[in-house]
Write a new protein. Sequence first.
Length: 256
Amino acid sequence: MIHPTAIIDPTAQLAENVTVGPYAVIGAQVEIGPGSDIRSHAVVEGPTKIGAQNRIFPFASIGLEPQDKKFQGEESRLEIGDGNTIREYVTINRGSEVGGGITKIGSDNWIMAYCHIAHDCILGNEITMANATTLGGHVEIDNYAVLGGLTAVHQFCRIGAYALTGGQSMISQDVAPYVIATGNRAKVAGLNYVGLERRGFTPDQIDEINRIHRIFFLSGLSKDNAIIKMSEELPPTENLNRFIDFVESSQRGVCR
């Protein structure tokens, strides 16, 4: 399963059925789980832990040191879950000391060609990053978010669950769950109705989220007053709690 031209450090730990293609390079302190496929010319350096059934395509650069001038070689790592697709020329950097020393990616994500995931980013599960999407350091992306091609996300921003960004968007503030954000600098353009339907949300749940959207984004109320109004008028469901928790914990502000 390992091509004879591949270069694999003796300390790397590969499960029995890992495939490594021609001229791929696997460095020290790398652990790769069962069923993963490392294609030709890909580079994986450590400390990096990659789970099961991942596909890493040619010329991807995984687990190299962060692009951070403050980085002085301190211990840092990258962790990747299971079932991810990481396409050509994707770059994923390890964490930095300032960010806790870890970059972490969940499972079943679809990361398309030329994407960049910088140091200390935290990604959930079943996220789609279209071609050439770029995440600055310390970015957090929640489950089921979709980032359109050429989206750029500023350092320390967050993208909420089930959110969608339009192509070529510049994200400089947090994007709340369930919404579509687009533009340079991105503004909310409505709800991600199609994405919610595809993820199995019922008409009643979508109506509830639409009411949350109208109060927070269209009523003209401040953040705090909008949260009070939502709490008074809507039942405390998982969808409401997710939205309120997100906006209350925002450090960069939520794009409106």
